[in-house]
Every structure is written in structure tokens, then in C-alpha cells.
Design a protein around this ligand. Structure first.
Ligand SMILES: *Cc1c(COP(=O)(O)O)cnc(C)c1O
Length: 478
């Protein structure tokens, strides 16, 4: 693709010749005098470009992108659902968008009310007792939650012996990362033949060293951990805590909850379950919820209501402190509030039902060609293996790209060979489900050489995966 060079024959732009440098007002003057001379930038050596070239450049880039507004996006584990436009509209209203994070509480009562109501909704959806909206992503919620585990045992004088967190081998990579970052040793528990935690193996791993168990339910294979009640008692009997990774909430809303399953700490991925366009790193929001005995440990501030007034409470007795600037991802909180009030209890419950139904529809259609491991009923996502077709998951994923659709997540979870993880969500038509299955089956039937030619229609062809992983350029100068 070629880009036309900017020309500078417009009268207003004529004096701004390409390559010229300009003094930037304000950097060397009064404000500049407060900055050490060595740090004051005297000129800015950037190329000047016409506005229309900048606009066209970014519009062109946006056209190379694929998103939920363009088509079906069944990226397993990510809950890429269509985001209703009313949620965007509300979060971009100037009354919200332009309010200042340092504004006096009396001036932003509406904002605080929405945050308070969202806390209440999340409590009700999860059957937990208290919520903090501070964390900025699922992984950030995990890290905050594990800091709570740490502080809780520190206060009880048990931290020295409680050094381990147990995590299933099917877990998302952020789980062991969060546990390790909070200073714990990670102990892996294997999955049994049916794809759920091997309870006998688990019993052998739990000891007085155990601080917590981290798990998502349904798990990353899309299977409900039916032994969760038993598992919770195993840990609680040893005085350990249970952490619920809420990334898979889309499967259970209104049907069951982490509170009912016996969990002590939970995070939500608002950008997955409760609508916000996400991908490519943001924006996200990962509120955490806890049971009563951990209420005072939550990150601050939390929003409280006295009479008809709302205010921030920064002084929880055992708080792990502040984990993000200001008040979390406010724009994402607004969308989640809009989505929850827009759907209502019945709507959210139905969304989960339809997400599960769509997944089982796909499982049924693909089972004639693909290996569908673990015979249990699928929840909101399923993992298939292309090994039974003799084709590589990567090759089939590239074939799907040329059909103008987004491929499944591939090679995750790590415990299954040639894994392809499909999460349709509730916002997909039967026509799209049928077409997707048709393409996956068609791809599996192509010969390998033919598959290696794909993709042909995307802006970027096959990349060197090994080099991308090993030879990273993390600095624009290198
Ligand atoms: C997405 C996901 C996470 C991490 O959440 P982020 O919001 O991406 O940080 C954790 N666990 C599971 C199972 C997930 O799917």
C-alpha cells in the first residue's frame, strides 16, 4: 500500500516547510525556568504533516482492523460480544465525560450514585457482600484480590507458613502471574479425565502451607466444575481462601454465582461480561467483590450512601490501599451500569442461557469432523482439537481469516493438543453460527499445502511466530 506524500502548497501551510524545526511556546519561557536547563526541550524535531494526511492515515489503519462491529468474533476466553450502542452513548455524554476526577463530591453526586448502584448490582449478581470498583482489568483484579489474601493472613500472623496458592493446570496465565507477583509460590493441580479439577489430587496438595485456591468456573475448557462445593469445603476446613476468576461470568449470570459456590473473593471483567469494546490492551475494568469478613480489606475508595448522599470512603480498616489512579475506569463502569440496567435480571439470565445454547449448537455441528474432548455439557465456550483432522490449528485459523471472520483462540488452554477455543456469546445469529461451522469444516478438509497459502486477503500475511516471540523490539529506537 502506498501513501501520497503531503504537499505544502496551501497558503496557510506554505511557511511550514517539511523538516523545519519550531520553537514551542511555553517550554522556554516562564514555565521553562522552573525546569532544569538540561531538561528543557528547545525544539521539536517532528515532521509536519497535513491534517488530511493524518486523518486518512488513521482511517486507513482502522479499515485494516477487525472488530465486533464488523462481524462474528468468537475469540475463546475473551467474551467478545456485541456492545450495544446505548451503552457507548451514555458513557460519552458530556455530563459524564467532562466531569473532573478531583471535583468536589457535592458536584458529582450523579456519578457517585451510578458507581454505588453498580457496586450493588455486582453484589447481587455475584452473591457477595462488598465491592470495590478500583481495579482496571481482570488481571489487576486478581492481583488486588491476592494482595487481600496476603494482608488477611499477615493480620492473622499466618503469612509465614501460608506460602502457596493452588491453581488448576487449565488456568489462564494471569492467575499464576498474579499469585507470583503477590509473593506466593504457585502449586499446579492437574485436571482429571472429564476436564475438571482432579479432587483426589487436590486433597494431596492442600496443606497448612495453602493460602488460597484460584479458579474460574466454568473453567477455561468451558466445563462447569461440578465439585466446587466439595472443593470449597476442602479449603475452608484448612482455613484457606477461595478466589474466583470471574472472566467466565457470561456462562452463569442469574443461574448461579460465586457467592453460592463458596468463594471469598471474586473479580469481574466488566469489559467482557458487561459490554465494553475491548482488545488490543484496553480499556478494561476489573472490580472485586468479597465476603463480609474481608470487607475492610478492599482497595479504596469505595462508594457509600448516607441518607440521600453518596461519598467516597477512603478509610477501610485493613485496606490494601489504592490500586489505581482516581476512581477506576469510569467510562467502562458507566457502560456496565447501562448494560445491566438495560438488560435487567431476566435479560442477563437469558443472555447466559443463549450463550450456552449457542456453544452447544456449535459443539454438535463440529463433532462430526473435530475432536471434542470431554463429553460433559459445554457452558459458554468450548475447546476443540484439530488433531483428529490431521491439520494444525494455526493453519485452520489462517483459513478462517480469508473467510472474513475472526478465528478461535488457538493453542490455549495448554493442556490440549492443537486446541481451538470458540466462544460465540449470545450476540450472534444462527446464520453466522452455521457459516462459521461450515468454514471450520471446509478448512479441515483442505490439504496442508493449500492451507499454508492462507491468509491471502489480510493486510499482513503469515508472520514469523518464533521471531515475534524471541526477538522483541520493545523500544521504538531499536
Ligand atoms: C481474560 C481473562 C483473564 C484476564 O483478564 P484481563 O481483563 O484480560 O486482564 C483472566 N482469566 C481468564 C479466564 C480470562 O479469560
Amino acid at each position: 500500500m502506498s501513501y501520497r506524500q503531503a504537499t505544502y502548497d496551501e497558503p496557510l501551510l506554505r511557511e511550514f516547510k517539511s523538516g523545519a524545526t519550531y520553537e514551542i511556546p511555553g517550554t522556554v519561557g516562564d514555565a521553562g525556568s522552573m525546569i532544569p536547563d538540561a531538561l528543557v526541550r528547545k525544539d521539536l524535531n517532528i515532521q509536519d504533516v497535513a491534517e488530511y494526511d493524518v486523518v486518512r492515515h488513521f482511517t486507513r489503519l482502522s479499515q485494516m482492523n477487525y472488530g465486533v462491529d464488523l462481524g462474528f468474533y468468537p475469540l475463546g476466553s475473551c467474551t467478545m460480544k456485541f456492545n450495544p450502542k446505548y451503552a457507548d452513548l451514555i458513557s460519552s455524554m458530556s455530563q459524564f465525560r467532562d466531569s473532573h476526577p478531583l471535583a468536589d463530591e457535592s458536584l458529582v453526586q450523579g456519578n457517585l450514585r451510578i458507581m454505588y448502584e453498580l457496586q450493588e448490582y455486582l453484589k447481587a449478581i455475584s452473591d457477595m457482600d462488598a465491592v470495590s470498583l478500583q481495579p482496571l482489568a481482570g488481571a489487576h483484579g486478581e492481583f488486588s484480590g491476592i494482595l487481600i489474601v496476603r494482608k488477611y493472613f499477615q493480620d492473622r500472623g499466618e503469612l509465614e507458613r501460608r506460602t502457596e496458592i493452588i491453581i488448576p493446570d487449565s488456568a489462564h496465565g494471569t492467575n499464576p502471574a498474579s499469585a507470583a507477583m503477590a509473593g506466593f509460590d504457585v502449586v499446579e493441580v492437574p485436571s482429571g479425565k472429564d476436564g475438571t479439577v482432579d479432587v483426589e489430587a487436590l486433597k494431596g496438595l492442600v496443606s497448612e502451607k495453602t493460602a488460597a485456591f484460584m479458579i474460574t468456573n466454568p473453567n477455561t475448557l468451558g466445563i462447569f466444575e461440578h465439585n466446587i462445593g466439595k472443593i470449597a469445603s476442602i479449603f475452608h476446613e484448612k482455613g484457606a481462601l477461595l478466589y474466583y476468576d470471574g472472566a467466565n461470568f457470561n456462562a452463569i449470570m442469574g443461574h448461579t454465582s460465586p457467592g453460592l459456590m463458596g468463594f471469598d473473593i471474586v473479580h469481574f471483567n466488566l469489559h467482557k461480561t458487561f459490554a465494553t469494546p475491548h482488545g488490543g490492551g484496553g480499556p478494561g475494568s476489573g472490580p472485586i467483590a468479597v465476603k463480609e469478613r474481608l470487607r475492610e480489606y478492599l482497595p479504596v475508595p469505595v462508594v457509600e450512601k448516607k441518607g440521600n448522599e453518596f461519598h467516597f470512603n477512603y478509610s477501610l480498616k485493613n485496606t490494601i490501599g489504592k490500586v489505581s489512579s482516581f476512581h477506576g475506569s469510569f467510562g467502562v463502569l458507566l457502560r456496565a451500569w447501562a448494560y445491566i440496567t438495560g438488560n435487567g435480571r431476566d435479560g442477563l439470565t437469558e443472555n447466559s442461557s443463549v450463550a450456552v445454547l449457542n456453544t452447544n449448537y456449535i459443539a454438535h455441528k463440529l463433532s462430526s469432523v473435530y475432536g471434542i474432548p470431554f463429553k460433559k455439557q459445554k457452558m459458554h465456550e468450548l475447546v476443540i482439537s484439530s488433531a483428529s483432522t490431521g491439520k494444525r490449528a494455526m493453519d485452520i485459523a489462517k483459513y478462517v481469516l480469508d473467510a472474513g471472520m475472526h478465528p478461535p483462540t488457538v493453542y490455549f488452554p495448554l493442556i490440549l493438543k492443537e486446541a481451538m477455543m470458540i466462544e460465540p456469546t449470545e450476540t450472534v445469529s444462527r446464520r453466522d453460527l452455521d457459516e462459521y461451522c461450515r468454514i471450520l469444516i471446509e478448512g479441515a478438509g483442505k490439504d496442508e499445502e493449500e492451507l499454508h497459502k492462507h491468509p491471502t486477503s489480510t493486510p499482513v500475511g503469515r508472520i514469523d511466530e518464533v521471531r515475534a516471540a524471541r526477538d522483541q523490539k520493545l523500544n521504538w529506537r531499536s
